[in-house]
Design a binder for this molecule. Structure first.
Ligand code: ADP
Ligand code: MG
Length: 705
């Protein structure tokens, strides 16, 4: 869409204006008319269906529904900012309470007793009584006069802040006005021959039907077209990058397996590598003598032993006269890797250093100087490694651990540290099926470490309610008596950080009470602590001085204490599956039987109990990832276990839309194969699509702790 009208600010659309435009930008990142046009409904509801109160049950209560009810009365409760406003309504089958916590004055004014309304919202039950919080409400006459052609109406995602001024319906109205403005300015960027070949709907029709479906079939076609565009746009980028990289042939050469690698491998490595680890090392060996820069994703479930593969690769780099660095997402993890690598490499002629945000100025200067002089072989660290002042003398290999925690931009900055690009190895426990990874990342080759090192027993997982607290404590005592150690984890979620912090403090106090000194030693570790204290707590736990570590999800990623055999996760219902799986991976790292105990409230949403149930049933990361997707539904790709973090997918889901993905990939390869720069007259229009999906530059540096 080369037309300029779509680049205009959304504020010019009727019903928006300056104030709302600012809000839209802040809350949803919508700035231009195009942004709004591409803010698709996340689901559709059938407005032609009106429920009776009696028909609403706890089973269908998760969906949005529409009721036709008469107002019986209204009442305020609470005071000041805690005020709530209730409207009591009924139809001929039952009663429902409508509740507002915000915008109370305004709602109060428009509600008239004894009048009939169409209300629309998500029902909930409290003690068997039906209620709806912040429903949309409209007098019957008006609601019925507005006809939605197919009965299908889009529901737009909004945010809590936005919903007071612009709820889902407000967004719908804006899109209606917007459509009038832009409809004649949409021209297709897909070459005619592709549209024909793949039987695609035109762009204009697709955009219209995605917002205002004329029929379920038209909606399906619209979704197909927009998914196709999205995945094809991404593939145009990925495949271009890939052919550029593999065409360059300027990869560093690591032909030699020398003293560093051999001494370590034959005299230091305390175990045999698993078949998966060996294969990964072989893959890396092959890449580093191919003449092409390596770009490899090493995937292996939590505890599968990725770190030692990383170390072996870095020793290989060292044997060939190259430096390497390993970037990890948290300070704790950096220190852990540094400590274990230094220990494992005692007696190996390799110089290892660590650089993090808390490295003291003097030490930092020394490290930076040594690094530039080529006196350091392996540098481990956090985001601090990206800073411009970190200069290597000959960086040959970059490893990124838990890569999903880093943005694309951050990673890219590491590989521009050399004129000649270093080899790249990114490691993740996020289970992405191989085919998916290759189509989604495209430019990455994939090695997978299947299975765990031998001798591990599957972790036993249980889900308990508060009523089992005493027996849990007994169990914990027994484990400690046997010399084992225990993690107790509390959620920490940004919005209610204060509250969570309190619950951690309370939990800590309770545990100290139940597990008193001198018999027991309890350590605590959370994001608000000074790094030194955090470090101290981790060390106490690591070297066995502390029996219990009370922590926030700061320990989620990568922490390795093989003697810890129990992890108790408090308020487990508040964690996502991916996080629970990562947390559970903190135990089961030695040969002892390990346990994961999920503590939760007795009142659980259906989804939460399914999540917890799944955790009890399987320890397989792939299985959990699939289930995670199912539970979240197709629309919600960001933040899932399989998210394609590098790309901002609005509608496509690379798992469900695998077939479209494959078509898009083939087409991209084919087109770029004959016209890499998209210069052919038929392809010029495609540049817009390609550029729109160029990977965004994320700059989120926040260290999650
Ligand atoms: P992750 O893949 O989650 O990063 P780690 O690299 O932290 O896993 O390894 C988990 C634990 O397994 C570590 O204690 C490590 O020393 C151990 N380990 C790794 N490989 C093997 C192996 N082949 N045999 C036995 N233990 C291993
Ligand atoms: Mg790890």
């Amino acid at each position: 869409m080369g037309s300029t009208i779509l680049d205009n600010s959304i504020k010019f659309v009727q019903g928006v204006g300056e104030v709302r435009a600012k809000l839209l930008e802040k809350e949803l990142g919508i700035v231009t008319m195009r942004d709004m046009l591409y803010h698709f409904p996340f689901r559709y509801i059938d407005r032609s269906r009106t429920y009776k109160v009696r028909e609403v049950t706890e089973d269908n209560a998760s969906a949005y529904i529409q009721l036709r009810v008469r107002v019986l009365g209204k009442a305020f409760a609470g005071e000041g900012r805690k005020q709530r406003f209730s409207v009591y309504c009924a139809d001929d089958t039952g009663r429902v309470e409508l509740i507002w916590f915000r915008g109370v004055k305004w709602i109060e004014k428009i509600i008239e007793p004894n009048r009939e309304y169409i209300v629309f919202g998500r029902p909930s039950f409290f003690r068997g009584e039906l209620s709806m919080v912040h429903p949309e409400i409209e007098v019957v006459e008006k609601a019925l006069s507005r006809k939605v052609e197919s009965g299908l109406q889009g529901i737009y995602s909004t945010t809590e802040k936005l919903s007071t001024t612009l709820g889902g319906k407000g967004l719908y109205n804006i899109v209606c006005s917007l459509w009038g403005v832009v409809r004649n300015h949409i021209h297709d960027y897909m070459p005619e021959y592709i549209v024909r070949k793949y039987g695609l709907m035109s762009l204009e029709e697709a955009l219209y039907n995605i917002h205002f479906p004329q029929s379920p079939e038209k909606l399906r076609q619209a979704q197909y077209r927009l998914k196709f565009d999205e995945l094809f746009g991404i593939q145009l980028n990925i495949q271009a990058r890939r052919s550029e990289r593999t065409g360059r042939r300027d990869g560093f050469f690591f032909p030699k397996v020398g003293d560093k690698f051999n001494t370590f491998y034959h005299t230091k490595l305390p175990f045999d590598l698993t078949e998966g680890q060996k294969q990964a090392v072989r893959d890396i060996r092959q890449d580093t003598v191919s003449g092409v820069q390596m770009n490899r994703l090493l995937q292996g479930d939590v505890g599968s032993g990725k770190t030692v593969v990383a170390l072996l690769s870095m020793l290989l780099a060292g044997d060939n006269g190259f430096q390497s660095c390993m970037m990890v997402p948290t300070e704790i993890l950096a220190r852990q890797h540094y400590a274990s690598m230094t220990k494992m490499c005692e007696g190996v002629l390799v110089r290892i250093a660590i650089l993090t945000g808390t490295t003291k100025a003097k030490e930092r200067r020394e490290i930076l100087a040594a690094l530039e002089a080529g006196e350091i072989d392996i540098l481990v660290g956090t985001h601090a490694l990206i800073e411009d002042r970190v200069q290597f003398s000959n960086l040959g290999l970059v490893i990124i651990d838990e890569q999903h925690r880093f943005g694309v931009e951050q990673r890219a900055r590491l590989w521009t540290k050399n004129a000649q690009p270093p080899h790249i190895l990114v490691m993740t426990a996020t289970p992405i099926p191989r085919t998916l990874a290759m189509t989604l990342y495209g430019d990455l080759d994939v090695s997978i470490i299947k299975g765990l090192p031998p001798g591990r027993q599957p972790i036993k997982t249980y889900h308990y309610f508060e009523s089992a607290r005493l027996s849990l404590q007994n169990f914990m005592r027994k484990q400690i008596e046997r010399g084992r150690q225990i993690y107790v984890v509390y959620p920490l979620i940004a919005e209610s950080e204060k509250m969570d912090y309190l619950s951690l403090q309370e939990g800590f106090d309770a545990i100290v009470r139940d597990f008193p000194l001198p018999k027991y030693k309890v350590a605590v570790c959370h994001g608000k602590m000074k790094p030194e204290l955090k470090q101290q707590a981790m060390e106490e736990f690591k070297n066995g001085q502390a029996d219990i570590l009370v922590a926030t999800s700061v320990i989620e990623v990568g922490v390795d204490v093989p003697n810890a055999t129990v992890i108790v996760i408090e308020s487990a219902e508040r964690f996502g599956l991916a996080q629970l799986h990562q947390l559970r991976g903190r135990v089961g790292r030695g040969s002892e039987q390990s346990y994961c105990v999920l503590m939760s409230d007795e009142k659980l949403s259906k989804e939460s109990s399914k999540r917890l149930e799944a955790m009890c049933q399987t320890t397989d990361g792939f299985e959990l990832a699939e289930l995670d997707l199912k539970l979240r539904g197709a629309g919600d790709i960001n933040g899932t276990m399989q998210s394609g973090e590098a790309f901002d997918l609005k509608i496509a889901n690379p798992t469900y839309d695998n077939q479209i993905l494959q078509l898009a990939q083939e087409l991209a390869i084919q087109i770029l194969g004959v016209d890499a720069s998209l210069s052919h007259p038929d392809h010029l229009v495609l540049r817009e699509l390609r550029d729109r999906y160029a990977p965004e530059h994320k700059t989120d540096f926040s260290e999650i702790s």
